[in-house]
Write a protein that binds this ligand. Sequence first.
Ligand code: SAM
Length: 417
Amino acid sequence: MIRVALSASGAVMTCWTRKSKILITCPKGISPWLAGEIRALGFPVLVEAEAAVETEGTLADTMPLNLHLRTGHRVLYAVADFQAENPQDLYGGLRDIPWEEILFERGEHAYLSITSTADTPSINDTRFVNQKAKDAIVDRMQERCGLRPDSGPDRNRAVVHVFWRESAVSIYLDTSGEPLSRRSYRKIPLSAPMQETLAAAVILATGWNGRSGFVNPMCGSGTLAIEAALFAQGRAPGLLRSNYGLMHLRGFDPAAWRAARAQAHEAQRETAARIIATDIDPRAVAAARQNARTAGVEERIEFAVCPFQETPVPERGGVVILNPPYGERTGDISTLTGLYREIGDFFKKRCGGYRGYIFTGNTALGKQVGLRTKRRIPFYNGELECRLLEYELYEGSRRTEQEHGGGRRPPDGGHGE
Ligand SMILES: C[S@@+](CC[C@H](N)C(=O)[O-])C[C@H]1O[C@@H](n2cnc3c(N)ncnc32)[C@H](O)[C@@H]1O
Protein backbone atom coordinates (compact mmCIF):
# COMPACT_ATOMS: atom_id res chain seq x y z
CA MET A 1 0.00 0.00 0.00
CA ILE A 2 1.59 3.26 -1.12
CA ARG A 3 1.60 6.30 1.14
CA VAL A 4 2.33 9.33 -1.00
CA ALA A 5 3.02 12.54 0.89
CA LEU A 6 1.33 14.46 -1.92
CA SER A 7 -2.22 14.52 -3.13
CA ALA A 8 -2.69 12.93 -6.54
CA SER A 9 -3.63 16.29 -8.04
CA GLY A 10 -2.25 19.67 -7.12
CA ALA A 11 0.95 17.96 -5.99
CA VAL A 12 3.04 20.95 -7.02
CA MET A 13 1.56 23.37 -4.55
CA THR A 14 1.29 20.69 -1.88
CA CYS A 15 4.96 19.90 -2.19
CA TRP A 16 6.12 23.49 -1.64
CA THR A 17 3.74 24.20 1.21
CA ARG A 18 3.08 20.88 2.95
CA LYS A 19 5.26 19.51 5.72
CA SER A 20 6.99 16.23 5.11
CA LYS A 21 9.97 14.33 6.48
CA ILE A 22 13.34 15.89 5.52
CA LEU A 23 16.43 13.70 5.81
CA ILE A 24 19.80 15.48 5.83
CA THR A 25 22.82 13.26 5.29
CA CYS A 26 26.34 14.01 6.53
CA PRO A 27 29.76 12.33 6.78
CA LYS A 28 29.80 9.46 9.27
CA GLY A 29 30.13 10.63 12.87
CA ILE A 30 29.33 14.34 12.49
CA SER A 31 25.56 14.16 12.96
CA PRO A 32 25.71 15.75 16.47
CA TRP A 33 27.14 18.92 14.89
CA LEU A 34 24.62 18.79 12.05
CA ALA A 35 21.78 18.35 14.56
CA GLY A 36 23.02 21.46 16.41
CA GLU A 37 22.99 23.47 13.17
CA ILE A 38 19.49 22.26 12.26
CA ARG A 39 18.15 23.30 15.68
CA ALA A 40 19.88 26.68 15.40
CA LEU A 41 17.98 27.26 12.13
CA GLY A 42 14.72 26.65 13.99
CA PHE A 43 13.93 23.12 12.73
CA PRO A 44 13.18 20.17 15.01
CA VAL A 45 15.52 17.19 15.23
CA LEU A 46 13.33 14.09 14.98
CA VAL A 47 15.98 11.38 14.56
CA GLU A 48 19.76 11.54 14.84
CA ALA A 49 21.57 8.64 13.12
CA GLU A 50 25.30 8.06 12.52
CA ALA A 51 25.36 9.73 9.10
CA ALA A 52 22.04 11.60 8.88
CA VAL A 53 19.58 13.72 10.82
CA GLU A 54 15.84 13.72 10.22
CA THR A 55 13.80 16.89 10.52
CA GLU A 56 10.56 18.04 8.91
CA GLY A 57 9.37 20.93 6.79
CA THR A 58 8.03 21.98 3.41
CA LEU A 59 9.92 21.89 0.14
CA ALA A 60 10.29 25.68 0.54
CA ASP A 61 12.05 25.04 3.88
CA THR A 62 14.80 23.20 2.04
CA MET A 63 15.96 26.59 0.67
CA PRO A 64 17.44 27.91 3.97
CA LEU A 65 18.66 24.42 4.88
CA ASN A 66 20.64 24.16 1.63
CA LEU A 67 22.01 27.68 1.97
CA HIS A 68 23.05 27.68 5.64
CA LEU A 69 24.12 24.17 6.68
CA ARG A 70 27.90 23.79 6.99
CA THR A 71 28.04 20.10 7.94
CA GLY A 72 25.22 18.55 5.85
CA HIS A 73 25.68 16.76 2.51
CA ARG A 74 22.25 16.29 0.96
CA VAL A 75 18.86 17.72 1.90
CA LEU A 76 16.31 15.04 0.97
CA TYR A 77 12.58 15.86 0.97
CA ALA A 78 10.36 12.76 1.34
CA VAL A 79 7.59 12.30 -1.25
CA ALA A 80 6.45 8.73 -0.59
CA ASP A 81 6.88 5.60 1.52
CA PHE A 82 5.78 2.16 0.34
CA GLN A 83 6.52 -1.54 0.70
CA ALA A 84 8.47 -3.48 -1.94
CA GLU A 85 9.60 -7.11 -1.81
CA ASN A 86 11.20 -7.10 -5.27
CA PRO A 87 12.14 -4.81 -8.18
CA GLN A 88 8.67 -5.13 -9.74
CA ASP A 89 7.08 -3.77 -6.54
CA LEU A 90 9.60 -0.92 -6.59
CA TYR A 91 8.63 -0.11 -10.18
CA GLY A 92 4.92 -0.18 -9.29
CA GLY A 93 5.33 2.03 -6.21
CA LEU A 94 7.33 4.61 -8.12
CA ARG A 95 4.94 4.61 -11.04
CA ASP A 96 2.05 5.55 -8.74
CA ILE A 97 3.72 8.85 -7.77
CA PRO A 98 2.52 11.89 -9.79
CA TRP A 99 5.97 12.75 -11.18
CA GLU A 100 4.47 14.85 -13.98
CA GLU A 101 3.41 17.31 -11.24
CA ILE A 102 6.66 17.21 -9.29
CA LEU A 103 9.63 17.24 -11.65
CA PHE A 104 11.01 19.93 -13.96
CA GLU A 105 10.09 23.47 -14.63
CA ARG A 106 8.10 23.92 -17.83
CA GLY A 107 10.34 24.42 -20.85
CA GLU A 108 13.57 23.26 -19.21
CA HIS A 109 15.59 20.33 -20.56
CA ALA A 110 14.10 17.37 -18.67
CA TYR A 111 17.11 15.51 -17.28
CA LEU A 112 16.93 13.22 -14.31
CA SER A 113 19.46 11.49 -12.08
CA ILE A 114 18.63 8.66 -9.67
CA THR A 115 20.69 7.76 -6.61
CA SER A 116 19.93 4.98 -4.17
CA THR A 117 20.84 3.11 -1.01
CA ALA A 118 19.59 -0.47 -0.92
CA ASP A 119 19.90 -3.12 1.76
CA THR A 120 17.31 -5.69 0.73
CA PRO A 121 17.58 -9.40 -0.18
CA SER A 122 16.49 -9.12 -3.83
CA ILE A 123 19.18 -6.53 -4.71
CA ASN A 124 22.93 -6.82 -4.88
CA ASP A 125 23.71 -3.87 -7.16
CA THR A 126 22.21 -0.41 -6.63
CA ARG A 127 22.67 0.32 -10.36
CA PHE A 128 19.77 -2.04 -10.93
CA VAL A 129 17.63 -0.06 -8.44
CA ASN A 130 18.51 3.17 -10.24
CA GLN A 131 17.60 1.65 -13.62
CA LYS A 132 14.26 0.33 -12.37
CA ALA A 133 13.40 3.63 -10.68
CA LYS A 134 14.34 5.62 -13.78
CA ASP A 135 12.15 3.36 -15.96
CA ALA A 136 9.16 3.84 -13.66
CA ILE A 137 9.47 7.65 -13.57
CA VAL A 138 10.12 8.00 -17.30
CA ASP A 139 7.26 5.60 -18.23
CA ARG A 140 4.88 7.53 -15.97
CA MET A 141 5.84 10.87 -17.46
CA GLN A 142 5.60 9.61 -21.01
CA GLU A 143 2.16 8.17 -20.33
CA ARG A 144 0.81 11.27 -18.53
CA CYS A 145 2.38 14.15 -20.43
CA GLY A 146 4.18 12.69 -23.44
CA LEU A 147 7.58 13.73 -22.07
CA ARG A 148 10.43 11.22 -21.90
CA PRO A 149 13.19 12.76 -19.74
CA ASP A 150 16.86 12.00 -20.37
CA SER A 151 18.76 10.49 -17.49
CA GLY A 152 22.34 9.94 -16.36
CA PRO A 153 24.78 10.35 -13.47
CA ASP A 154 25.07 14.18 -13.57
CA ARG A 155 23.43 15.65 -10.51
CA ASN A 156 23.03 19.15 -11.88
CA ARG A 157 19.26 18.99 -12.53
CA ALA A 158 16.44 16.97 -10.91
CA VAL A 159 17.69 14.23 -8.58
CA VAL A 160 15.52 11.50 -7.02
CA HIS A 161 16.84 9.33 -4.18
CA VAL A 162 15.57 5.81 -3.41
CA PHE A 163 16.12 4.44 0.09
CA TRP A 164 15.24 0.75 0.35
CA ARG A 165 15.80 -1.31 3.51
CA GLU A 166 14.27 -4.81 3.84
CA SER A 167 10.81 -4.20 2.35
CA ALA A 168 10.48 -0.51 3.30
CA VAL A 169 11.05 2.05 0.54
CA SER A 170 11.27 5.83 0.98
CA ILE A 171 11.43 8.11 -2.06
CA TYR A 172 13.05 11.53 -1.74
CA LEU A 173 13.66 14.59 -3.89
CA ASP A 174 17.34 15.50 -3.50
CA THR A 175 16.99 19.27 -3.18
CA SER A 176 20.78 19.74 -3.05
CA GLY A 177 21.62 17.97 -6.35
CA GLU A 178 25.39 18.06 -6.07
CA PRO A 179 26.34 17.36 -2.42
CA LEU A 180 26.69 20.47 -0.25
CA SER A 181 30.30 19.52 0.51
CA ARG A 182 31.12 20.72 -3.01
CA ARG A 183 31.23 24.39 -2.13
CA SER A 184 32.90 25.15 -5.48
CA TYR A 185 35.83 27.10 -3.99
CA ARG A 186 38.41 24.31 -4.01
CA LYS A 187 39.60 24.63 -7.59
CA ILE A 188 43.16 23.54 -6.73
CA PRO A 189 43.08 20.44 -4.52
CA LEU A 190 46.34 19.08 -3.15
CA SER A 191 46.96 15.63 -1.77
CA ALA A 192 44.92 14.65 1.33
CA PRO A 193 42.61 17.68 1.45
CA MET A 194 40.00 17.64 4.18
CA GLN A 195 36.39 17.54 3.01
CA GLU A 196 34.73 20.94 3.50
CA THR A 197 31.89 19.57 5.66
CA LEU A 198 34.34 17.69 7.87
CA ALA A 199 36.46 20.83 8.29
CA ALA A 200 33.32 22.77 9.28
CA ALA A 201 32.39 20.11 11.87
CA VAL A 202 35.93 20.14 13.29
CA ILE A 203 35.72 23.94 13.71
CA LEU A 204 32.34 23.62 15.46
CA ALA A 205 33.86 20.94 17.73
CA THR A 206 36.60 23.34 18.85
CA GLY A 207 33.93 25.79 20.00
CA TRP A 208 35.85 28.66 18.37
CA ASN A 209 33.82 31.84 18.80
CA GLY A 210 34.74 33.44 15.44
CA ARG A 211 36.25 36.50 17.16
CA SER A 212 39.54 35.34 18.72
CA GLY A 213 42.60 34.03 16.84
CA PHE A 214 42.42 31.01 14.50
CA VAL A 215 45.90 29.76 13.71
CA ASN A 216 46.28 26.97 11.14
CA PRO A 217 49.86 25.84 10.42
CA MET A 218 50.16 23.01 7.84
CA CYS A 219 47.13 24.50 6.06
CA GLY A 220 47.51 22.47 2.84
CA SER A 221 44.80 23.64 0.39
CA GLY A 222 43.36 25.89 3.10
CA THR A 223 40.07 24.13 3.86
CA LEU A 224 40.13 24.73 7.64
CA ALA A 225 41.12 28.39 7.31
CA ILE A 226 38.53 29.05 4.57
CA GLU A 227 35.74 27.35 6.55
CA ALA A 228 36.85 29.34 9.62
CA ALA A 229 36.64 32.60 7.66
CA LEU A 230 33.15 31.75 6.34
CA PHE A 231 32.04 30.82 9.87
CA ALA A 232 33.50 33.98 11.47
CA GLN A 233 31.64 36.17 8.97
CA GLY A 234 28.40 34.25 9.44
CA ARG A 235 28.51 33.57 5.71
CA ALA A 236 26.16 30.87 4.48
CA PRO A 237 28.35 28.44 2.50
CA GLY A 238 25.46 27.79 0.12
CA LEU A 239 25.80 31.32 -1.25
CA LEU A 240 28.95 30.11 -3.03
CA ARG A 241 26.88 27.88 -5.28
CA SER A 242 24.26 28.85 -7.83
CA ASN A 243 22.70 25.50 -8.83
CA TYR A 244 20.64 23.20 -6.59
CA GLY A 245 18.36 20.23 -7.25
CA LEU A 246 15.37 22.15 -5.87
CA MET A 247 15.57 24.64 -8.77
CA HIS A 248 14.60 21.84 -11.17
CA LEU A 249 11.34 20.91 -9.47
CA ARG A 250 7.94 21.98 -10.72
CA GLY A 251 6.66 25.09 -8.96
CA PHE A 252 10.12 26.40 -8.00
CA ASP A 253 9.67 30.07 -7.12
CA PRO A 254 12.69 32.17 -8.19
CA ALA A 255 11.46 35.15 -6.12
CA ALA A 256 11.36 33.04 -2.93
CA TRP A 257 14.84 31.73 -3.73
CA ARG A 258 16.17 35.27 -4.26
CA ALA A 259 14.60 36.30 -0.94
CA ALA A 260 16.23 33.34 0.88
CA ARG A 261 19.61 34.26 -0.60
CA ALA A 262 19.15 37.95 0.26
CA GLN A 263 18.33 37.00 3.85
CA ALA A 264 21.48 34.87 4.02
CA HIS A 265 23.51 37.83 2.69
CA GLU A 266 22.06 40.12 5.34
CA ALA A 267 23.02 37.70 8.12
CA GLN A 268 26.73 38.28 7.42
CA ARG A 269 28.72 40.19 10.03
CA GLU A 270 32.01 41.98 10.43
CA THR A 271 34.69 40.24 12.46
CA ALA A 272 38.10 41.30 13.67
CA ALA A 273 39.25 37.68 14.10
CA ARG A 274 42.80 37.06 12.90
CA ILE A 275 42.91 33.90 10.80
CA ILE A 276 46.42 32.73 9.97
CA ALA A 277 47.25 29.93 7.52
CA THR A 278 50.79 28.71 6.81
CA ASP A 279 52.49 25.75 5.15
CA ILE A 280 56.06 24.77 4.39
CA ASP A 281 55.12 24.05 0.77
CA PRO A 282 54.80 27.20 -1.38
CA ARG A 283 52.47 25.34 -3.78
CA ALA A 284 50.11 24.60 -0.90
CA VAL A 285 50.01 28.24 0.16
CA ALA A 286 49.46 29.38 -3.46
CA ALA A 287 46.58 26.89 -3.79
CA ALA A 288 45.08 27.88 -0.43
CA ARG A 289 45.25 31.56 -1.37
CA GLN A 290 43.59 30.89 -4.73
CA ASN A 291 40.88 28.77 -3.10
CA ALA A 292 40.28 31.54 -0.52
CA ARG A 293 39.98 34.07 -3.35
CA THR A 294 37.37 31.88 -5.07
CA ALA A 295 35.49 31.64 -1.75
CA GLY A 296 35.67 35.45 -1.38
CA VAL A 297 37.62 35.31 1.91
CA GLU A 298 41.20 35.93 0.75
CA GLU A 299 41.31 39.29 2.55
CA ARG A 300 40.28 37.68 5.83
CA ILE A 301 43.20 35.21 5.96
CA GLU A 302 46.88 36.00 6.57
CA PHE A 303 48.97 33.51 4.54
CA ALA A 304 52.66 32.69 4.89
CA VAL A 305 55.11 30.07 3.63
CA CYS A 306 57.08 28.74 6.61
CA PRO A 307 57.79 25.69 8.75
CA PHE A 308 54.95 25.34 11.26
CA GLN A 309 57.21 26.42 14.17
CA GLU A 310 57.58 29.88 12.59
CA THR A 311 53.85 30.54 12.21
CA PRO A 312 52.91 33.93 13.69
CA VAL A 313 50.75 33.38 16.80
CA PRO A 314 48.84 36.52 17.89
CA GLU A 315 48.83 37.50 21.56
CA ARG A 316 45.12 37.38 22.29
CA GLY A 317 44.61 33.60 22.37
CA GLY A 318 42.07 31.46 20.53
CA VAL A 319 42.41 28.19 18.64
CA VAL A 320 45.53 26.73 17.04
CA ILE A 321 44.81 23.69 14.87
CA LEU A 322 47.00 21.41 12.75
CA ASN A 323 46.15 18.58 10.38
CA PRO A 324 49.63 17.05 9.99
CA PRO A 325 50.44 14.19 7.62
CA TYR A 326 49.69 10.88 9.31
CA GLY A 327 51.59 8.55 7.05
CA GLU A 328 49.93 6.05 4.77
CA ARG A 329 53.26 4.26 4.17
CA THR A 330 55.13 2.64 7.06
CA GLY A 331 58.42 4.26 6.03
CA ASP A 332 56.97 7.67 6.92
CA ILE A 333 56.41 6.82 10.55
CA SER A 334 59.87 7.46 11.99
CA THR A 335 60.02 10.94 10.37
CA LEU A 336 56.51 11.67 11.53
CA THR A 337 57.29 10.67 15.11
CA GLY A 338 59.76 13.55 15.26
CA LEU A 339 57.26 15.90 13.60
CA TYR A 340 54.55 15.19 16.19
CA ARG A 341 57.05 15.71 19.05
CA GLU A 342 57.96 19.08 17.55
CA ILE A 343 54.28 20.02 17.40
CA GLY A 344 54.14 19.37 21.18
CA ASP A 345 57.14 21.71 21.65
CA PHE A 346 55.52 24.36 19.43
CA PHE A 347 52.32 24.20 21.50
CA LYS A 348 54.26 24.52 24.76
CA LYS A 349 56.65 27.28 23.72
CA ARG A 350 54.58 29.44 21.38
CA CYS A 351 50.88 28.85 22.02
CA GLY A 352 50.28 29.62 25.71
CA GLY A 353 46.74 30.86 26.31
CA TYR A 354 45.39 28.95 23.27
CA ARG A 355 43.48 25.72 22.94
CA GLY A 356 45.55 23.46 20.70
CA TYR A 357 44.10 20.83 18.34
CA ILE A 358 45.59 18.10 16.19
CA PHE A 359 43.42 16.27 13.66
CA THR A 360 45.04 12.92 12.92
CA GLY A 361 44.22 9.46 11.61
CA ASN A 362 47.07 7.90 13.57
CA THR A 363 46.54 7.73 17.33
CA ALA A 364 50.01 6.25 17.96
CA LEU A 365 51.56 9.37 16.42
CA GLY A 366 49.19 11.51 18.50
CA LYS A 367 50.80 10.05 21.62
CA GLN A 368 54.20 11.45 20.53
CA VAL A 369 52.99 15.01 21.15
CA GLY A 370 53.92 14.56 24.80
CA LEU A 371 51.13 16.72 26.25
CA ARG A 372 48.08 15.58 28.18
CA THR A 373 44.99 15.56 25.95
CA LYS A 374 41.93 17.24 27.40
CA ARG A 375 39.58 15.56 24.92
CA ARG A 376 39.89 13.05 22.08
CA ILE A 377 36.94 13.67 19.78
CA PRO A 378 36.22 10.87 17.26
CA PHE A 379 35.72 11.73 13.57
CA TYR A 380 35.94 9.82 10.30
CA ASN A 381 37.82 10.92 7.22
CA GLY A 382 35.95 8.76 4.71
CA GLU A 383 36.16 5.32 6.35
CA LEU A 384 39.33 6.09 8.29
CA GLU A 385 38.74 6.62 11.99
CA CYS A 386 40.41 9.85 13.11
CA ARG A 387 40.69 11.88 16.28
CA LEU A 388 40.61 15.56 17.03
CA LEU A 389 43.00 15.84 19.98
CA GLU A 390 42.46 18.82 22.26
CA TYR A 391 45.13 20.38 24.49
CA GLU A 392 44.68 23.17 26.99
CA LEU A 393 47.78 25.31 26.60
CA TYR A 394 48.24 27.30 29.78
CA GLU A 395 50.28 30.43 30.15
CA GLY A 396 51.22 32.48 33.23
CA SER A 397 47.99 34.44 33.30
CA ARG A 398 45.50 32.05 31.76
CA ARG A 399 42.67 33.73 29.89
CA THR A 400 39.11 32.77 30.62
CA GLU A 401 37.10 30.19 28.62
CA GLN A 402 34.58 32.90 27.80
CA GLU A 403 37.22 34.95 26.06
CA HIS A 404 38.32 31.94 24.02
CA GLY A 405 34.88 30.64 23.18
CA GLY A 406 35.20 27.37 25.12
CA GLY A 407 35.75 23.91 23.58
CA ARG A 408 32.35 22.52 22.77
CA ARG A 409 30.88 19.08 23.14
CA PRO A 410 28.29 17.94 20.63
CA PRO A 411 24.80 18.88 21.77
CA ASP A 412 24.17 15.37 23.13
CA GLY A 413 27.54 15.29 24.91
CA GLY A 414 28.16 11.96 23.17
CA HIS A 415 31.66 12.54 21.89
CA GLY A 416 34.44 12.87 24.35
CA GLU A 417 37.45 11.59 26.10
C1 SAM B 1 47.40 16.50 5.52
S1 SAM B 1 48.00 17.94 4.73
C2 SAM B 1 46.86 19.17 5.30
C3 SAM B 1 45.60 19.16 4.47
C4 SAM B 1 44.67 20.32 4.76
N1 SAM B 1 43.94 20.15 6.00
C5 SAM B 1 43.70 20.50 3.59
O1 SAM B 1 42.48 20.50 3.80
O2 SAM B 1 44.15 20.64 2.45
C6 SAM B 1 49.46 18.28 5.64
C7 SAM B 1 50.22 19.54 5.23
O3 SAM B 1 51.30 19.71 6.15
C8 SAM B 1 52.35 20.36 5.45
N2 SAM B 1 53.61 20.14 6.22
C9 SAM B 1 54.28 18.97 6.42
N3 SAM B 1 55.36 19.19 7.20
C10 SAM B 1 55.38 20.51 7.53
C11 SAM B 1 56.22 21.33 8.33
N4 SAM B 1 57.29 20.84 8.93
N5 SAM B 1 55.92 22.64 8.47
C12 SAM B 1 54.82 23.15 7.84
N6 SAM B 1 53.99 22.43 7.06
C13 SAM B 1 54.26 21.12 6.90
C14 SAM B 1 52.35 19.71 4.09
O4 SAM B 1 52.97 20.56 3.14
C15 SAM B 1 50.83 19.52 3.84
O5 SAM B 1 50.32 20.60 3.08
